[in-house]
Design a protein. Structure first.
Ligand SMILES: [Zn+2]
Length: 373
């Protein structure tokens, strides 16, 4: 059954969430507002200590609501933080039904759209007196800074086996079932300082050695499922000194974890060869930020999503994303999750926008999912 989604209430909650400044690690006001909204819906709510652990002012919000349809709960997730510039957001509703910011900040539909759609989807079903499953929600902090909030969440609390993460751009009705590994690296090349005019031959040029390595590293698409990028390079102290040190920071992303590791090895070798040629030394630190996943097309979480889309006349398209989300942490914790579009566009920019019909579709999709047996 399709309950009545209240456009007025949905847009009002969306605007209330947008009005709150909640850049990463400053989610206090958003957490308080959402706790109140969840209590109104009948959820029991627990806030964890993620704020203390990460240096923020709020924890992840976990909520549970008892349902009437038997079976494990379904987990719905959307993150509470926004990217910068996200303070004092002033949303504008245009005549064509599209929300934007005033151009000086992001809109914050990422991820207020997901939050508002989850709340209205559940509320509409409750108000219509329709049966629904047990529902768990997780609203993490610090998603935008390498999914750190959900990274410190205690997943032993979660009973759901399926997660729906409302945190993807594009039309409601599509879902990402595959996401990459991401390994970041930091290479420090150590040469020897010397006066550039009087005794250049006594120096070892760390920047030149790094440059020699970098020309042997593909930038951009490295193979059909992998990208490499050296993102910053810093080094040297003055124009008349042979630079002693050069630091290069970058990342490798791949749908194959093995390939990501292989490219890290190739990068390591490029620096090793260049360092040797120049008489420099180097060290390379790496960090596994994300681990690739692929949810099978016939997994229950996918079938349920596609059934719900079909009932609402939405496409139910499955695709890949090359970005990270809290879903990486859910998969790591053994929860079969997919990332679903909540209608936002041009996220992480001041052009960010979303339309009222897309918000309505997102809420309807949540309402449909929680009624699925
Ligand atoms: Zn997001």
């Amino acid at each position: 059954m399709i309950p009545t989604i209240s456009q007025e209430r949905l847009t009002q909650v969306f605007l209330e969430l947008i009005a709150v400044s909640s850049e990463s690690l400053d989610e206090r006001k958003a957490a308080d507002l959402l706790t109140q909204k969840l209590h109104e819906l009948g959820f029991s709510v627990v806030e964890d200590k993620a704020g203390e652990k990460l240096g923020g002012n709020a924890g992840n919000l976990y909520g549970f609501l008892k349902g009437t349809i038997p079976g494990e709960p379904l987990l719905f997730s959307a993150h509470m933080d926004t990217v910068k510039p996200g303070r004092n957001k002033k949303p504008i509703l245009h005549e064509d039904g599209i929300f934007t910011s005033d151009g000086t900040t992001v809109l914050g539909a990422d991820d207020a759209a997901g939050l508002a759609e989850i709340l209205e989807g559940i509320r509409s079903v409750r108000e219509s007196g329709l049966p629904h499953r047990d529902i768990e929600i997780l609203f993490p902090v610090a998603e935008e800074i390498y999914i750190q909030g959900s990274g410190v969440f205690d997943f032993s609390r979660i009973r759901a086996k399926e997660a729906y993460v409302l945190d993807m751009s594009g039309e409601v009705g599509s879902a990402a079932v595959r996401a990459p590994s991401l390994i970041s690296f930091r290479v420090t090349v150590n040469g020897r300082a010397s006066h550039a005019g009087f005794a250049p031959e006594k120096g070892v040029h760390a920047i030149a050695a790094a440059a020699e390595a970098i020309v042997h590293i593909p930038q951009g698409q490295a193979d059909e499922e992998t990208t490499c990028n050296i993102g910053t390079i810093t080094g040297g102290t003055a124009k008349n000194i042979v630079p002693e040190q050069c630091v290069c920071i970058g990342e490798v992303r791949s749908f194959s974890h093995e390939k990501a590791l292989q490219w890290i090895e190739i990068i390591n070798r490029a620096f090793a060869d260049a360092a040797e040629r120049f008489g420099a030394s180097f060290e390379m630190e790496t960090q596994e930020v994300l681990r690739t996943y692929r949810v099978p097309d016939n997994a229950p979480v996918v079938s349920r999503f596609q059934r719900a889309c079909a009932a609402l006349g939405l496409s139910g398209t499955l695709r890949s994303t090359f970005g990270g989300s809290d879903n990486h942490n859910y998969l790591n914790a053994g929860i079969s999750g997919i990332v679903i579009s909540c209608g936002m566009q041009c996220v992480h920019s001041t052009e960010e926008n979303i339309s009222i019909p897309e918000l309505m579709n997102g809420a309807a999709l949540v309402a449909q999912l929680i009624q699925d047996e």
